[in-house]
Design a protein around this ligand. Structure first.
Ligand SMILES: [Zn+2]
Length: 121
């Protein structure tokens, strides 16, 4: 077991999830990149108006940004998974709850600290 109380099976489990997420997010980014070519001039757009096309592009870019952020967190977690303190909250140093790690294996904060961070400023 590591310092967060995770055993080899749990760590293996998380590694598999992280690798799956990494592949998924990379594919998602590629897909968005293809979809976000600059908006064509009005006459080149079929039934979509130019405004719609631009709005869709904005949304696609926002989701690409979110995918990139998550991908970076996933890559960091894959880097750290061998560390004895993997699974400890980087803020309060308590073990991150197992259900939370299962749902978001890239999490670096426990539920309490994540909640505190997400409070409106
Ligand atoms: Zn914490």
């Amino acid at each position: 077991m590591n310092e967060a109380g995770l055993d080899a099976t749990q760590l293996e489990n998380l590694r598999t999830s992280l690798e799956g997420l990494r592949d998924e997010l990379e594919q998602q980014r590629e897909k968005v990149r293809a979809e976000t070519a600059p908006v064509a001039p009005d006459d080149a757009i079929g039934r979509l108006t130019r405004m719609d096309a631009m709005q869709q592009r904005e949304m696609a870019l926002a989701s690409a940004e979110a995918a990139t952020r998550r991908l970076h967190a996933v890559l960091r977690a894959l880097d750290r998974i061998e560390d004895p303190e993997f699974g400890l909250c980087t803020r309060c140093e308590e073990a991150i709850e197992w259900p939370r790690l299962r749902a978001r294996p890239e999490a670096s904060l426990c539920l309490g600290c994540q909640g505190a961070r997400e409070q409106p400023r």
